[in-house]
Each structure stands twice: as C-alpha cells, then as structure tokens.
Write a protein that binds this ligand. Structure first.
Ligand SMILES: [Zn+2]
Length: 231
C-alpha cells in the first residue's frame, strides 16, 4: 500500500522502519545499458498492510518483485536491481541511495492495498510529479533541469499507461486509475518511476491472484510487457 487516503474504503498508511541494508540482485545480461530498479515495499519488521490469516503485504510485494525481476531478465534487460531481495528491513534512505547510485531508466515500486470491507478491489498506479517551473528562467542549467524533469514525467506516465493496459487483462474492469503522488524514495532524485498498488489483499479474489504462483507470474509478465512497451 502506497499512501494514505479515503476512497470508498479507508486504506492504511504504509510504515517504513529505518534499519537494515538494501538487498541487491542482478539479472543476466541482455537489453539496455541502464538499470531498472524494482522496489518491493516494506520488509522485515515493517509488515505493510496485513490481514487476519497472516498474509502480509511485505511478502506479496517481495514475491511479485522477484517474479518481475525474472520476467524482465528473460526479456533481455541487462540490469534489474531490487531494493530488497529478502524479508528484511530496508530504510527509505537506503532505497534512495541505491536508486541515486544506479541512476536507473525506471523505478517500479510495488505495493498492495487494503480496505475495511472485502469489497474494494483492483489496481492503482501513481507517478511522481517532478515539480518544475520554480527555477530561474535565465539560468540555462535550470532550464535544462526542467526539460529533464518533464521528460521523466512523460516517461513515467507513458510506462504507467502501458502497464495499466496490460494489467487490464489480468484484472478485468478493476482499473482504479493513474494519479500523481509524491514518492519518498525519490526525494531529490530525478528518474522515471511508477508506483503500483497491485490489488487489495482484503479482497478474496485479488488476494488469491497475488498468492497463487501461476497468476502472480501472469501479473509479473503483464507488468514486464508494459515496461517493454513504455521505455
Ligand atoms: Zn505498501
């Protein structure tokens, strides 16, 4: 789950705990020189959203992140890095450091949602806003900075739209929209990014899709197709 808000249901804010070191995994060589960073939300003592039968968001995020890494590697992406590759605490700062050092072509942050009732279902996507226009218009460096931000904003939205389209095949009529939202991981970092709230673990059907290995693979393939089409 990515951010606190009230829609038809009250969703629960993600907590992040400031311990641990980032896990970093690499895929086989292939497509593209620049990395893709997959961020599995939460981990370790930060459970994310949870439900009574001990299904934790952190576990679903990690399993999907590993499946997506595999799919992207199969698609020929040379460097696919994870902010964590195991169930452990990784702080926002550590995740940011990995992204800053890597300067990836894209960051995909994976979360799952929760609602009070079991009715809420579906996937939501977010992209960072990259504030622009405040800089000195006579400063060439500031103008170029603005252009880069605009490009990354366009890239983020384009990839998100392709992912949305692909996920519609897995979750028919469950598209809950694409919105702008700040991404703490990217504070002060300017790279294309998409946050995916992949489904509601409080909804039986959604949870089943995220829990089941085969349908999770289908979700990972759909996201990978969206990334391939989008960047
Ligand atoms: Zn979350």
């Amino acid at each position: 789950m990515y951010r606190f808000r009230i829609v038809a249901v009250l969703t629960i804010i993600c907590a992040v705990v400031l311990y641990g070191m980032p896990g970093l995994s690499r895929s086989q060589p292939g497509r593209g020189d620049r990395a893709i960073v997959i961020d599995a939300g939460h981990g370790g003592s930060d459970l994310g959203v949870r439900i009574a039968d001990k299904t934790y968001e952190k576990d679903l995020n990690l399993r999907l992140a590993l499946a997506l890494q595999k799919e992207l590697a199969t698609s020929g992406y040379r460097r696919v890095l994870l902010t964590r590759s195991a169930d452990k605490d990784v702080s926002v700062k550590e995740r940011s450091e990995l992204i800053r050092k890597t300067n990836p072509a894209l960051v995909i942050s994976l979360h799952a949602n929760a609602g009070f009732s079991g009715k809420a279902r579906g996937y939501e996507l977010y992209f960072p806003g990259f504030k622009t226009g405040k800089e000195d218009r006579n400063d060439p460096a500031a103008i170029i900075g603005d252009m880069t931000k605009n490009k990354h904003l366009n890239d983020s939205v384009r990839v998100a739209q392709h992912i949305q389209k692909q996920l519609a095949e897995i979750f028919p009529k469950e598209n809950r929209g694409l919105r702008e939202a700040p991404l703490p991981l990217l504070e002060g970092i300017n790279v294309p990014a998409v946050i995916i709230e992949i489904g509601f673990i409080t909804n039986k059907e959604n949870r089943k899709k995220l829990d089941d290995e085969k349908s999770r693979q289908g979700i990972a393939q759909a996201i990978a197709r969206g990334i391939r089409e989008g960047i």
